[in-house]
Design a protein around this ligand. Structure first.
Ligand code: ADP
Length: 412
């Protein structure tokens, strides 16, 4: 880990025996000479927390343009609390609020070159209090102005991406993320440079599907580094959440700001395709994704054969048309059932719903994917179905989905 310059550690070892003997040189330095201690005169995020050990910590942060410009703390705790609070503020300064929230107690401990095990809880208290101070800022922050599509940083990032394709569904649970993962995988296997962006804030399932849960967000001079999994560059809002319950802190305009940062600040580099797993439905969140991207190259809409899903898919198509996003086609998921014994596809429910909506609404049907227990297995196992079961009939159906998306000669 690169430490800020004032992270310390340059204190000479002395031969004297002191109460800090159990501390590393860096931890001792921060315990005896804590940085950024005392309340901040100007701050917009604040939190006070008492840990199970009875120690109290209080953090102040000042956030400007999504960066923690200043952070400070006080504690009534012991020397290790001082060391942890001090290091937490040093690590936070000048860093984006999302990165500060993504910081883990282990980062503080690593930066302090460790603490005796019985004192490690101080790093948890410091980390929790600082995170909650940031969340307090987010909760109270004034609504941000609607970002414009011509925003410089965003435009520069998006200019390096040839095709930005969103995967929508009228409702959750129809297999939107499954289709997004396998669509992206099929494009990567066909030799394209592909990114996968998971903007489904309430159920970011891409990290589970690709086995990269808990990916530690890091940045270099080009921006936040996406995870690289199976030939894909992957970024997920899930990388920011410590637990699924954390999603509730991102309200209204803040969600927009987080999604914007993901689009703008991720070091995607040159890409042929960015597949965007959109939040379900036709509400504010998918709307934000489309507005931020500005010129989306196309949308793939996932549905199931059931009637209610068909009603939803009509809404999704109208939504895309209103936003002038070209509908590349419909994928009918869970259409028919693959027999686990013989591999044959049987249609236990009436088939052809996807084809009918596609014809009614005058959009292409990209294909139908059957219900296949191995798809659910692959989703839980962290390796895309298309990689694990490349030889199956269903895998061929998935590969066929991308043919119409690759018709643009610019993509090759
Ligand atoms: P959504 O993104 O629409 O909420 P997911 O892609 O997360 O839906 O899928 C929901 C669940 O259904 C997951 O457990 C996934 O593995 C499973 N699933 C999706 N498509 C299929 C399919 N064709 N056959 C079997 N299981 C599927």
């Amino acid at each position: 880990m690169l430490l800020p310059e004032d992270a310390g550690g340059d204190v000479m070892e002395s031969n004297e025996t002191t109460e800090y003997d159990v501390f590393s040189v860096v931890a001792r330095d921060h315990a005896t000479r804590p940085r950024n201690i005392g309340p901040l005169a100007v701050y917009n995020g604040h939190y006070r927390l008492t840990g199970p050990c009875g120690d109290t910590m209080e953090f102040w942060v000042n956030v400007q343009d999504n960066k923690v410009t200043d952070a400070s703390f006080v504690t009534d705790g012991c020397d290790s609390s001082l060391a942890c609070g001090s290091m937490a503020t040093v690590l936070a300064k000048g860093v984006s609020i999302e990165q500060v929230i993504a910081t883990k107690p282990q980062d503080i401990l690593t930066a302090l070159a460790g603490l005796p095990e019985e004192l490690e809880h101080c790093a948890f208290l410091a980390n929790d209090t600082l995170r909650k101070a940031c969340e307090n800022y987010i909760k109270n922050a004034p609504p941000e102005p609607q970002p414009k599509a011509e925003d410089d940083g965003l435009t520069q990032t998006l200019a390096k991406i040839k095709n930005k394709i969103a995967v929508f569904s009228g409702k959750g649970g129809v297999g939107k993320s499954t289709v997004a993962v396998n669509l992206a995988t099929a494009l990567a296997l066909a030799g394209h440079r592909v990114g996968l962006l998971d903007t489904d804030i309430h159920g970011p399932s891409i990290p589970t599907m690709l086995g990269c849960e808990g990916y530690p967000l890091e940045a270099d001079s080009d921006g936040l580094l996406p995870a690289e999994v199976g030939g894909l560059k992957v970024m997920s809002l899930g990388f920011l959440l410590h637990s699924p319950d954390d999603a509730v802190i991102w309200r209204g305009p803040r969600k927009m700001a987080v999604i914007k940062q993901f689009l703008q600040d991720v070091a995607w580099g040159e890409l042929d395709y960015l597949i965007i797993d959109s939040p379900p439905g036709t509400g504010d969140e998918p709307l934000s994704v489309c507005q931020l991207i500005g010129a989306m190259d196309g949308a793939v809409i996932v549905t199931t054969p059931q009637k209610v899903a068909a009603v939803d898919v009509r809404k999704s198509i109208s939504f895309c048309r209103q936003l002038q996003v070209p509908v590349l086609g419909i994928v009918e998921n869970m259409s028919g059932y693959v027999c686990p014994k013989c591999g044959d596809i049987s249609h236990i429910l009436p088939a052809g719903g996807g084809a009918k909506i596609a014809a009614d609404m005058n959009v292409p049907l990209l294909g139908s994917i059957p219900m296949d227990p191995q798809i659910a297995f692959a989703g839980d196992s962290g390796t895309p179905y298309l990689q694990q079961f490349a030889e199956s009939q269903t895998a061929q159906l998935m590969r066929d989905l991308i043919a119409p998306l690759m018709e643009n000669p610019e993509n090759d």
